[in-house]
Write a protein that binds this ligand. Structure first.
Ligand SMILES: Cc1cc2nc3c(=O)[nH]c(=O)nc-3n(C[C@H](O)[C@H](O)[C@H](O)COP(=O)(O)OP(=O)(O)OC[C@H]3O[C@@H](n4cnc5c(N)ncnc54)[C@H](O)[C@@H]3O)c2cc1C
Length: 480
């Protein structure tokens, strides 16, 4: 049967974009439907990944400038740099990323429709435009990649002026002297260090026991000492009761209860940034018309090829839940396309790298020391502190740690955990060794460029091997 398209994709984020690109390479006719009238690219390009990283880039450069060349006249970054320059830089990055997406879509012959897409039946999608105009297309396959949206807090309202979320913080036109972040997810930590690097006094309020609990404990302690040196303050186990203006003191006031002492506390600030839970965009897209299964929270259920319970309808990206990363969404969208059109492909490896774009970066892959011990491995640890790296010394990036977790007997690498400059890039060296089940001799036997941050792998491997040697194993046995 001749339908209008081979695949219609709802949402132009990384999952939708990569599915469209891959399908076009298979010479399939693809249509992307995007509800956002202004931009393609979803939260990846417009409100999430890319803008936050563009802000980080400028903040990190300002921070480095001050670290490298000194604090001219003891001025804070916010006294020397203007937020409008930071925003202008971010906007120029977004503009170029947007046009890059458009160019790719045009070059690859992918059609786009701006409007809200809804599944009418297994092979039909209706698009409703802002002016009410409706269009209907038929298709062999459908990919749902409609992402998630932030949920508003219950105790207070986001006014986008002094109480911001991840979208409105991107337009903050000045560098505040004080910022309170509510929430402790990865993005909260990223923004805490971005503003701290710009000279803002940052406090984080969270109802959780602690933050970044999934990190290796020793790495977490290193992260904590770096955040302490940046004077980021944490208030864990708290319930925020009220957020609002205090006209007398000309500030915004946050009233919170501490779970430990059950007392009410007040913190004053200029700006508040809220990171709460997110909700999948799955309610009004016609799932009920085709009986697609989703869980209690609305995340769409899929198998390992991103196929829903309706065989010609796939779902990928944040709308299917964990891990909610652009990096993973790209691969999911591509795998879905391969499966639709019968092209063999591998599944996403169960061991994926995690990157946190704080200042400095944090990245990890594989087992933490604690997980490896729990799983019964006999392990050793190799460490390299950034302060011992020539490159880190030259660049004055001396805060950081690279930690290797490996099996003592075989030296097989089990995990890599890094905090420090370029951690999110460096982690991929460890990933390659892990993926091919290599051992830490790889780092000893191969020449690394010098001076580089990658040298940390060599130093950590030496450190690890020396630890094993000290436990009584001779070097000839160890390195044979
Ligand atoms: C502040 C922040 C920082 C982040 N940083 C990183 C990072 O550093 N690295 C990383 O890997 N990930 C990061 N993420 C996560 C990343 O942005 C998401 O995982 C990723 O964008 C999800 O991609 P997606 O394909 O699910 O679609 P999304 O990017 O969520 O886009 C979905 C699109 O679907 C559209 N849509 C919704 N409903 C419809 C409909 N019915 N019809 C048509 N279109 C519709 C929406 O308008 C939207 O454009 C960050 C997220 C945030 C919020």
């Amino acid at each position: 049967m001749n339908r209008d398209y081979h695949v219609i994709i709802l949402g132009s984020g990384p999952a939708g974009f990569s599915c469209a690109m891959q399908s076009s390479k298979f010479e399939k006719k693809a249509l992307i439907v995007e509800a956002n009238e202004r931009y393609l690219g979803g939260s990846w390009i417009n409100t999430g990944t890319v803008p936050s990283k563009a802000l980080r880039e400028t903040a990190n450069n300002i921070f480095k400038h001050a670290t490298l060349l000194g604090d001219e006249d003891h001025k804070k970054p916010y006294e020397r740099f203007k937020m409008r320059d930071v925003l202008r830089y971010k906007d120029s990055v977004l503009a170029s990323e947007n046009s890059e997406i458009k160019d790719n879509i045009i070059k690859n012959g992918i059609d786009t429709e701006i409007g809200y897409g809804k599944i009418i039946d297994k092979h039909t999608v209706k698009i409703t435009k802002a002016n009410g105009e409706e269009k209907t297309y038929t298709t062999d396959y459908i990919l749902i990649s409609t992402g998630t949206r932030p949920l508003d807090p219950s105790a207070f309202e986001i006014d986008h002026t002094t109480i911001l979320d991840n979208r409105s913080i991107l337009d903050l036109h000045y560098i505040p002297k004080r910022l309170v972040i509510i929430g402790t997810n990865v993005q909260a930590i990223e923004f805490a260090t971005i503003f701290s690097a710009l000279g803002t006094n940052v406090s984080i309020l969270s109802r959780e026991e602690d933050y970044l609990l999934f990190l290796d404990k020793e790495l977490k302690a290193e992260v904590q000492s770096i955040l302490d040196s940046m004077r980021v303050k944490f208030f864990n186990r708290v319930q925020v009761k009220k957020v609002g203006p205090n006209p007398v003191r000309n500030c915004t006031e946050i009233l919170f209860e501490n779970n430990d002492d059950q007392k009410l506390h007040v913190i004053e600030t200029e700006q508040v940034l809220y990171f709460g839970a997110r909700k999948p965009n799955s309610e009004k897209i016609g799932l009920e018309n085709v009986q697609i299964s989703s869980n209690d929270e609305g995340y769409i259920e899929v198998d390992r090829r991103y196929q829903t319970n309706v065989p010609n309808i796939y779902a990928a990206g944040d709308v299917i839940g964990h891990p909610g990363l652009a990096s993973v969404s790209f691969s999911q969208g591509r795998i879905a396309s391969c499966h639709m059109f019968g092209i063999p492909t591998t599944e996403i490896d169960s061991v994926i790298p995690y990157g946190i774009y704080s200042i400095p970066e944090i990245a990890s892959i594989g087992l933490t020391e604690e997980e490896a011990r729990q799983q019964g491995y006999k392990i050793s640890i190799g460490r390299s502190h950034y302060k011992n790296l020539t490159k880190a010394n030259i660049a004055k990036n001396k805060k950081g740690l690279l930690k290797l977790v490996f099996e003592t007997e075989t030296l097989r690498l089990l995990g890599v955990h890094i905090v420090g400059e370029s951690a999110c890039e460096l982690i991929h060296i460890g990933q390659a060794v892990l993926r091919y089940q290599g051992d830490i001799r790889y780092f000893l036997d191969n020449v690394h460029n010098y001076p580089t941050y990658s040298e940390a792998y060599r130093i950590a491997a030496f450190n690890g091997v020396n630890q094993v040697h000290q436990s009584g194993i001779t070097y000839d046995k160890l390195l044979s």
